[in-house]
Design a protein around this ligand. Structure first.
Ligand SMILES: Nc1ncnc2c1ncn2[C@@H]1O[C@H](COP(=O)(O)OP(=O)(O)O)[C@@H](O)[C@H]1O
Ligand SMILES: [Mg+2]
Length: 431
C-alpha cells in the first residue's frame, strides 16, 4: 500500500514525481540541480521542478515538521528565511523498508553560501560585510523572540544588497520561538555565533580560501560588537533634559538610517518633568525598501533601495520637480531612468544579477568613468560601458545563483507596478 504523504500549505502534485523511493544521496543526476551548498549534517540536494528549484533535506519526521513550522512562523514575522514548501513522510524503498522523512524548501534565488562568496571575491572586507549582515539578521531574530541555537555562516545564506550583503536564515532546526528572549538567551546565541564563525573561517584558512590578512578572531569579535551596537541602537533607553526634545526626532532619524522604522516609541518624563526618557518598543526592518516600494512598486532589498532612492533624489533635483507629487516623479524616474537602464542590458547578461543590483553597479560604474573622463557620463553611455567592460567579464553567476535559463523573467520584476506586489519573494526582503 502506498503511504507516501506530503504535508504542505500549497501542495504541488509535481512533488509526487520525485524519486521518493530512493535515498536522497542516490537520486539520479537528471533530477538534481548542481548548485553550491553549504556544509551540512544531513543529506541536502537541489532539484528542478516545474520551473522552480527546491532544496530537499533528509531528516527525521519529528524534526522535519518542527523545522517546517518554525520556518512558516518566521515568514509570518517577516524574517528573511528560506520559504518552506512541505514535509514528505511515509517513504518506503523498493523493498518496503522505511526511508527518512524530507523537508522541502524553495531554493533562495540569487543566494550565495558563504564559501561561494569567498571563492568569488576575496576582498579583505568581504568577511566583515558578511558579519554585518549576519548581525542584522540575528538582531531581527532576537527582536521577534527567536532563539537560533546554532548561528553559523553555514546556516545562513547571503544575497547581494548594493555594497552590502543581506543574510537569510536557512537552518531553523535548533531554533525556538519565545514570547521574548532573556539577556542570557541572547548572549548565549551570540557567543555560539562567535565560536562557530571563528571555526568556519579557520576552516577556510586551512583550505587556503581566505585572504591571509583576514584575522579570524577579530571577525568573530566583530560579530559580537556589531550585534551589541545594533541591539542598543534599536532597543536602548535614552534620557535627556526636557529642553532637548529634538532628540526624539534624532533617534528616529538614526534608526531610519540603520534601515529600521519605528512602529512604537515610548516617551516618559519624571515627576517634575525635567527629564525625558525614550525607548523604541517596536522596530521594523526595511525602512528604505518600504519607502521605495510605496513610491515605485519596486520591491528590492534595503541597501539597494537606499541607492535607488538617492538616484531618484538627484532626478528630482535635476528636473527641478521638488514641488511635484513624489509618486508622480518617482513614476517618471522609473519610466525614464530605471527601466530603460535595465532594458539596455542584453537579456542574456541581465539575469546575472537582480535588476536593482545591476542598477546599483551601473551607478558605481558611471561614477568611476565620469571621474576618469572628467565629465558627467550620461546613463545610457555608462550602461553600455558597464556591459562591455564589467558585466560581460563577470563570472557567469547564473549557475551560482540558480536561475535556470529561461525560467526567470526579470522583466516581470522591473515592470511591477504599485498594484502588483510580487507574490513570490525572490525580490522581497523585509516589507
Ligand atoms: N532553500 C535553500 N536555498 C538555498 N540553499 C539551501 C536551501 N536549503 C538548504 N540549502 C543549502 O544546504 C545547506 C545545508 O542545509 P541545512 O538546512 O543547514 O542542513 P543541516 O541541518 O544538515 O545543517 C545550507 O548551508 C545551504 O547552503
Ligand atoms: Mg545547517
Amino acid at each position: 500500500m502506498e503511504q507516501l504523504q506530503i504535508t504542505s500549505a500549497a501542495p504541488d502534485s509535481a512533488l509526487l514525481d520525485l524519486p521518493w523511493r530512493t535515498p536522497l544521496a542516490d537520486w539520479p543526476a537528471d533530477v538534481l540541480a548542481a548548485l553550491p551548498r553549504g556544509i551540512s549534517r544531513h543529506v541536502v540536494r537541489f532539484v528542478r521542478l516545474d520551473g522552480r528549484v527546491l532544496a530537499i533535506k533528509e531528516i527525521s519526521e519529528a524534526v522535519a515538521f518542527r523545522e517546517y513550522d518554525l520556518l512558516r512562523q518566521l515568514r509570518k514575522l517577516e524574517i528573511p528565511a528560506v520559504r518552506p514548501v512541505g514535509v514528505v513522510t511515509g517513504r518506503l524503498d523498493d523493498d518496503g523498508e522505511p526511508l527518512e522523512a524530507a523537508l522541502v524548501t524553495e531554493h533562495l534565488a540569487f543566494s550565495l553560501p558563504y564559501r561561494a562568496v569567498f571563492s568569488q571575491a576575496l576582498r579583505p572586507d568581504t568577511a566583515a560585510r558578511l558579519i554585518d549582515a549576519l548581525a542584522v539578521l540575528l538582531v531581527r531574530l532576537h527582536l521577534v523572540g527567536f532563539y537560533w541555537g546554532d548561528v553559523s555562516l553555514s546556516n545562513t545564506l547571503f544575497r547581494r544588497d548594493a555594497h552590502q550583503f543581506a543574510a537569510y536564515l536557512v537552518d531553523a532546526e535548533t531554533g525556538d520561538l519565545h514570547r521574548e528572549l532573556s539577556r542570557g538567551q541572547r548572549e548565549y546565541d551570540v557567543d555560539l555565533a562567535r565560536t562557530n564563525i571563528i571555526g568556519e573561517l579557520m576552516d577556510l584558512a586551512a583550505g587556503e580560501l581566505l585572504d591571509e590578512d583576514v584575522d579570524e578572531l577579530a571577525i568573530g569579535d566583530a560579530l559580537v560588537s556589531r550585534y551589541a551596537e545594533l541591539w542598543e541602537a534599536l532597543t536602548g533607553v535614552e534620557s535627556f533634559g526636557s529642553d532637548e526634545r529634538w532628540r526624539v526626532a534624532a533617534r528616529i532619524d538614526r534608526l531610519n538610517d540603520l534601515g529600521f522604522d519605528v512602529g512604537e516609541l515610548s516617551i516618559t518624563t519624571d515627576i517634575d518633568g525635567t527629564t525625558v526618557r525614550i525607548q523604541p518598543q517596536v522596530v521594523d526592518a526595511g525602512h528604505h525598501s518600504r519607502r521605495l516600494f510605496r513610491l515605485t512598486g519596486l520591491d528590492v532589498q534595503d541597501n539597494q533601495a537606499r541607492r535607488l532612492l538617492n538616484d531618484l533624489d538627484s532626478y528630482v533635483a535635476a528636473t527641478d520637480r521638488q514641488e511635484d507629487d513624489p509618486q508622480m516623479v518617482a513614476h517618471d524616474w522609473s519610466q525614464n531612468i530605471f527601466q530603460p537602464t535595465i532594458r539596455a542590458v542584453p537579456r542574456d547578461l541581465r539575469r546575472k544579477l537582480e535588476p536593482a543590483q545591476l542598477f546599483h553597479e551601473i551607478l558605481d560604474h558611471r561614477w568611476f568613468i565620469s571621474e576618469q573622463a572628467g565629465r558627467d557620463v550620461p546613463m545610457p553611455e555608462a550602461t553600455a560601458s558597464y556591459v562591455e567592460h564589467v558585466l560581460r567579464h563577470r563570472p557567469d553567476e547564473k549557475a551560482i545563483l540558480g536561475a535556470p535559463p529561461g525560467e526567470q523573467d526579470l522583466d516581470a520584476d522591473v515592470d511591477a507596478g504599485p498594484d502588483s506586489a510580487p507574490e513570490d519573494d525572490h525580490f522581497h526582503l523585509s516589507t
